[in-house]
Design a protein around this ligand. Structure first.
Ligand SMILES: NC(=O)c1ccc[n+]([C@@H]2O[C@H](COP(=O)([O-])OP(=O)(O)OC[C@H]3O[C@@H](n4cnc5c(N)ncnc54)[C@H](O)[C@@H]3O)[C@@H](O)[C@H]2O)c1
Length: 266
């Protein structure tokens, strides 16, 4: 069985974001980098925010020649005041940065729980707070929160991540209600497992642990609840983000767009 099905970026639907400024957090990594490249390809000027300066430099190299410029901004989002300042003047905000620790609740370090909530819920709140005055002023704005199937469903051992993503869903809906009269939409995108280095490493590790091929780990363990037995590609998630930033989605707000291969259809 084939487990890859990457979309061809050359086939991406036409989208013109020339003149728009976008900010993407967690930009050095898988989904964030794909969002930066997609929005810059559509002509947006993109502020690429991450704590990983080397990763941002590499991304800037990959973005050379795209229609819109990419500005790397090295920033740790646990500096909440700096995060709020960084969002000022942006037309499009993509809250994507995330971290994960898999551990039972009784062993989960409280300080890690706090950091996960800071990066994945408080920082998005501060970024939205920093972005809204400019968006309201011009009567147009797009906020896209990269949530997860774990914004809608729980899994054991992921207490901080699931709590943060459920909180992000709530923040997104409140932003949608308050932003509606100002031309600002706010939505979540909810992927299942995405083909990122972290997930590929999980596959390899579990294959070694269980002594079975990586493809069986994928279909029988990771994707047990998914009707489609493959990973979703970062470029597919970025395409959903692009749709939510484009002119055809202006009535879509307060929504959670699942890209989970049918997981939440159960
Ligand atoms: N990979 C998946 O299977 C999957 C599935 C559903 C949802 N998601 C969500 O998508 C988003 C991106 O995930 P990914 O798999 O691309 O992750 P990734 O680990 O590849 O990238 C995350 C990026 O966030 C950055 N980051 C982390 N903490 C930061 C901080 N304090 N300040 C600044 N930057 C910070 C990292 O440096 C990294 O570049 C996350 O919110 C994640 O929860 C991922």
């Amino acid at each position: 069985m084939t487990v890859t099905s990457a979309p061809d970026p050359a086939q991406a639907p036409h989208l013109d974001l020339a003149g728009r400024t976008a900010l993407v957090t967690g930009a050095a990594g898988g989904i964030g980098a794909a969002c930066v490249l997609r929005l810059a390809a559509a002509g947006a000027a993109v502020r690429a925010v991450d704590r990983d300066g080397a990763g941002l430099a590499e991304l800037a190299g990959r973005a050379a020649g795209l229609a819109g410029p990419v500005e790397p901004v090295t920033l740790d989002l646990t500096d909440l005041d700096a995060a709020e300042r960084a969002a000022a003047g942006t037309d499009i905000l993509v809250n994507n940065a995330g971290i994960q620790l898999v551990r039972p609740i009784e062993e989960f370090p409280p300080e890690v729980f706090s950091t996960v909530l800071t990066v994945m819920l408080e920082a998005p709140f501060r970024l939205v707070r920093g972005a809204l005055p400019h968006m309201y002023g011009q009567g147009w704005g797009r906020i896209v929160n990269i949530s997860s199937v774990h914004g809608l469903r729980a899994s054991p051992y992921k207490c901080a991540y699931v709590a943060a993503k459920h909180g992000l869903e709530g923040l997104s809906k409140v932003t949608a209600l308050e932003g509606a009269e100002h031309g600002v939409t706010s939505n979540c995108v909810n992927p299942g497992y995405v083909r990122t280095p972290l997930v590929e490493k999980q596959l390899a590790d579990q294959a070694a642990t269980h002594g079975i091929p990586a493809e069986r780990v994928l279909t029988e363990i990771l994707l047990a609840d998914s009707a489609l037995k493959r990973l979703v590609e970062p470029a597919e998630v970025a395409e959903a983000v692009a749709y939510l930033c484009g002119p055809r989605s202006s009535f879509v707000t307060g929504a959670s767009l699942t890209m989970d291969g049918g997981w939440t259809a159960h």
